[in-house]
Design a protein around this ligand. Structure first.
Ligand code: 6GU
Length: 262
């Protein structure tokens, strides 16, 4: 997959891209990243990229000309039907999820445009951008971290990017549940023991225990994920056990409260 990034801060990218899985994916030829400095596409003496908004108000707005020039310099000679999605990273975009990552991973070329300051001239949105993505409901200084988040999540999905060991891990995500706990040596750390089942060598019991831990954690922390998760009959049985456990505990709490002198 080819990724072109358009940014005013190109130096923000190499540190993250040149380590770990993203580094390896590039070495393997699965990923190639081209970073473009929007400022280099200005044509005025002072290389101005932003100006105050029409109509007044605070802040600065990114000018359209250098952004169009930068993107169009890469798209020149690319037939319309071969053009990649041009994705603006902005808090107003559609929410980025694992599903959106899977969707983007099907493309062999994407472009990521990093917004900055208070905003970007609306004509960029209307006539250049084909998609808008936000990585969550909080405000970042610019789209650069969001672009790295998108590249990371998408690269992990490219066939061959993960070692065989990590690949299984992706499967548990495909199920739509949170992962349960992990343990490694030592078996006893400061008196805190690794659960015996994990050291039992009984593969089927370990698998069942891990699944139950994932279900329990999802139930406790992100119950809404259970509505869309891929669940077996066995999973549903265990969730009823959790629900009964929860009810029992709650009923006991209420009884204790009603008997309390306070
Ligand atoms: Cl994509 N950009 C900015 N500036 N802030 C964000 C974001 C993007 N996603 C969440 N917050």
């Amino acid at each position: 997959m080819r990724v072109d990034i358009f940014t005013l801060f190109p130096a923000m990218f190499p540190a993250y891209l040149n380590e770990s899985i993203l580094k390896r994916a590039q070495e393997m030829g699965l990923l190639s990243v081209h970073i473009h400095n929007i400022r280099q596409y200005t044509t005025d003496k002072h290389r101005v990229t932003d100006e105050p908004p029409y109509g007044g108000g605070g802040g600065m707005v990114l000018k359209p000309e250098p952004i169009f020039a930068a993107v169009e310099s890469v798209l020149a000679n690319v037939p319309t039907d071969k053009r990649p999605p041009v994705i603006l990273l902005t808090p107003q975009g559609r929410p980025f999820t694992q599903k959106v990552a899977r969707e983007l991973a099907r493309h062999d070329w994407i472009m990521l445009l990093c917004g900055r300051y208070e905003g970007i001239d609306e004509r960029v949105r209307e006539h250049l951008v084909t998609d808008e993505i936000s990585i969550g409901d909080y405000v970042l200084t610019g789209g650069e971290l969001a672009a790295l988040v998108v590249i990371d999540a998408v690269t992990r999905l490219l066939p061959g990017a993960l070692g065989a060991e990590d690949a299984a891990e992706t499967d548990s995500y495909a199920s739509g549940l949170l992962e349960g706990p992990h343990y490694t040596r030592p078996a006893n750390f400061r008196g805190w023991e690794v659960p015996a089942v994990l050291r039992s060598g009984h593969a089927a019991r370990i698998q069942a225990w891990r699944r139950q831990q994932a279900l329990r954690r999802t139930w406790q922390r992100r119950p809404e994920l259970l509505l869309t998760a891929n669940l077996t009959e066995e999973d549903r049985w265990f969730l009823r056990v959790l629900a009964e456990e929860h009810l029992r505990k709650h009923t006991a709490d209420e009884e204790a409260a009603s008997n309390s002198p306070l």
